[in-house]
Write a protein that binds this ligand. Structure first.
Ligand SMILES: O=C(O)C[C@H](O)C(=O)O
Ligand code: SF4
Length: 520
């Protein structure tokens, strides 16, 4: 079924590179509510630019192209095994062409299969239906937001919110807590799907299925429709903002589903999806595999710009427009960086980097703890990034290269800064107290790049100078990248300042304001 494989390939490429219309509208609406001159407003501007670049280049919106998850409805009598083979062929091709990052890793050995195929990947769910067409839906949900999913078992005592009982108000508290605990680490502003009931596995499945609903639909269950509106309105009062920078827009969508449960269990499962909310679907002719219809409005032509929003000129007037924000400076630095330059940086400064940086994430950090580095990292910059790379006769090319969630490296980072004399760590979502202390002791800084802005950053990379540890697989290898004009914000400095700690504290106080019952 050649045509069927082609249609599936088209679906994968569209999902990875062209954010759907309803998601774009939700982001545009969020942008219109955020002060453009604030850190979150500027982050949203980068996100908007990145969405356009990905579509133009037909390249991944975010380098983490996630766990490809297909939900398929077939007419009775269709050969599902043949469809599965076509899916695998399409996934293999999309990986080879740089539309998907090789993301399937052996959990015991760490070996990357290289083609996104392997035990449990991709995820394919089949169902039969009475229609005569095939309905294929795909979501590419990345690992960073997947890590922020959370499941509650009611009744529970929730930090800041007190008792959450087995009722609508208890569910309300779980959902607000879920948004709070994600902070900016799942690349807020996010979309959440909630599953009430089921067992632990079916509850999460129900939560994920909610992510296939269109952002503008209305829940058929009136009390859930009311709860969805409530959450969307009030979660934004937590003040977490885009990327956890603080701001008005933290949540862009909330969809809640319900199913029966066992008498002893009451699960509330929350699936958190980043702003890079990549899902699409197709209706296919069951005989030929030809595309009959796209199931979600396509993104092309739908602007993430909001008419009537603050102008660029207003953005220039940055400090006055943002109460409490100290005037931010723009500082140009070239690697290797001196301790003096680092010590002059404060939270809020924007650093524009040029020179060489080295990617390193989970496998590299673990390795460097008891091995030497293959390159001198003195005065250097580590970028928490697992890029999409393609190789041809001219060498390696960067196809997508945004940051990954830094907090995973918290157990290692302080020791690595000390051992190798690193001056800057770039990532997203911030790091913890141990790293903050190491920044102060050794004269280093944490720079927050905009999560998901993989095309925006790929354009700053002018050359691939080399790579080490290719045996770790493409995302985990240590890539030596020559960059120019790579912009990131200082969110943790060498003077004990941490924007992440401030936003977390502030949002915890705001969370406590939702303690009193709302739904009786
Ligand atoms: O794996 C990545 O590149 C990023 C990941 O999705 C994350 O958000 O940390
Ligand atoms: S880096 Fe951010 S935008 Fe990309 S998949 Fe991870 S959470 Fe989503």
């Amino acid at each position: 079924m050649r045509r069927f494989e082609d249609s599936l390939y088209e679906l994968i490429v569209e999902t990875s590179t062209n954010l759907p219309g309803d998601v774009r509208r939700a982001i545009a609406e969020g942008r219109s509510r955020e002060d453009r001159a604030s850190r979150s407003g500027l982050a949203l501007a980068t996100i908007a630019q990145n969405i356009g670049m990905a579509e133009m280049e037909v390249s991944p919106i975010c380098q983490d192209t996630g766990m490809p998850t297909f939900i398929i409805h077939t007419p009775v009598g269709v050969n599902q095994l043949a469809i599965k083979r076509d899916i695998e062929a399409a996934v293999r091709k999309a990986t080879k062409e740089g539309k998907l990052r090789p993301n399937s890793v052996d959990s015991l050995t760490g070996a990357n299969s290289g083609d996104n195929l392997g035990g449990g990947t991709p995820v394919v769910h089949f169902e039969q239906w009475e229609e005569d067409q095939i309905d294929v839906r795909l979501i590419l949900k990345g690992g960073g937001c997947e890590n922020k999913n959370i499941q509650y078992s009611l009744p529970a005592e929730l930090e800041g919110l007190g008792k959450a009982g087995r009722d609508l108000d208890g569910i309300r508290k779980c959902i607000l807590h879920a948004v709070y605990q994600a902070q900016g680490q799942g690349c807020s502003a996010g979309f959440i799907g909630v599953g009430i009931g089921g067992d632990r596995a079916s509850g999460y499945e129900l939560a994920k299925k909610q992510l296939f609903r269109k952002t503008g639909d209305t829940n058929p269950v009136p009390e859930l429709a009311e709860l969805e509106d409530y959450v969307l309105e009030h979660a934004n009062e937590l003040g977490i903002g885009t990327m956890g920078f603080g701001g008005e827009v933290t949540l862009l969508g909330c969809k809640i589903g319900v199913m029966n449960r066992l008498p002893a269990s009451f699960f509330v499962s929350v699936a958190y999806n980043c702003w890079a909310f990549r899902r699409q679907g197709l209706l296919l002719d069951a005989g030929t595999g030809e595309i009959r219809e796209w199931l979600y409005e396509r993104g092309t032509g739908i602007s993430v710009e909001e008419e009537g929003a603050a102008t660029e000129a207003a953005a220039e007037a940055a400090p006055e427009a943002v109460p409490d924000a100290p005037p931010s400076r723009e500082v140009r630095l070239t690697t290797p960086i001196s301790e003096e330059d680092i010590r002059s940086l404060r939270v809020g400064d924007v650093v524009i980097l040029s020179g060489e940086m080295h990617t390193g994430r989970d496998a590299l950090h673990k390795h460097l703890i008891d091995h030497d580095s293959p390159v001198d990292l003195g005065g250097g910059v580590i970028y928490h990034c697992g890029p999409v790379m393609l190789n041809d006769e001219a060498g390696w090319h960067v196809k997508a290269a945004g940051p990954t969630t830094s907090i995973r490296e918290e157990p290692y980072q302080a020791d690595i800064i000390r051992k190798f004399g690193i001056r800057a760590v770039i990532g997203k979502g911030g790091m913890g107290a141990k790293t903050l202390q190491a920044l102060g002791e050794h004269g280093a800084v944490y720079l927050n790049a905009i999560g998901g802005a993989a095309q925006y950053y790929a354009e700053c990379i002018k050359n691939v100078n080399g790579a080490d540890f290719m045996e770790f697989g493409i995302p985990e290898a240590m890539w030596h990248l020559q960059v120019e004009g790579f912009a990131a914000i200082v969110t943790m400095d060498s003077h004990g300042g941490s924007l992440h700690a401030d936003v977390e504290k502030n949002s915890a106080e705001k969370l406590a304001a939702f303690r009193e019952p709302v739904f009786k």
